[in-house]
Design a protein around this ligand. Structure first.
Ligand code: SF4
Length: 132
């Protein structure tokens, strides 16, 4: 595979999965996963749909990862349940509505709400890393 053919689903240390749901909180979860992937060197956005679809390469990447991060928009927990269905648990897990962000049908990821999610996850991920 050439350099330009590398997918974000390649094995890496920390894989980030998000429900990417059809609501403001689902979109905040999605944008937070993007920002985390951009901001934290070891973290990479990965494909939850590939886990749900039992795609072998994506399952193997999850198996090879040092840590799995899951972000759900609301307590329905679609990302967490999808990972569990494939036999995985999230090492770091966050539900956006747990931060007091109310769910609405608008597909808008509020910037400050997204930042709050990213900062909380960074503390958990980097805090864990610092402690070995
Ligand atoms: S966790 Fe909530 S926001 Fe995310 S996909 Fe499921 S129902 Fe939608």
């Amino acid at each position: 595979m050439g350099e330009n053919e590398t997918c974000l689903c390649e094995p890496t240390d920390i894989l980030v999965y998000t429900c990417s749901g059809g609501s403001n909180v689902g979109q905040i979860a999605n944008q937070a996963a993007i920002n985390l992937s951009n901001d934290v060197q070891e973290a990479k956005f990965s494909c939850l749909a590939g886990i749900g679809g039992h795609r072998s390469g994506i399952i193997e990447s999850a198996k090879a990862a040092k840590k799995l991060v899951a972000i759900d928009g609301c307590p329905v927990q679609c990302a967490k349940k999808t990972l569990e269905h494939a036999g995985f648990g999230a090492d770091v897990y966050l539900v956006v509505t747990d931060l007091g962000i109310e769910k609405s049908p608008q597909l808008i990821a509020d910037e400050s709400d997204t930042e709050a999610v990213v900062e909380k996850l960074k503390k958990e991920i980097i805090g864990d890393e610092d402690q070995g």
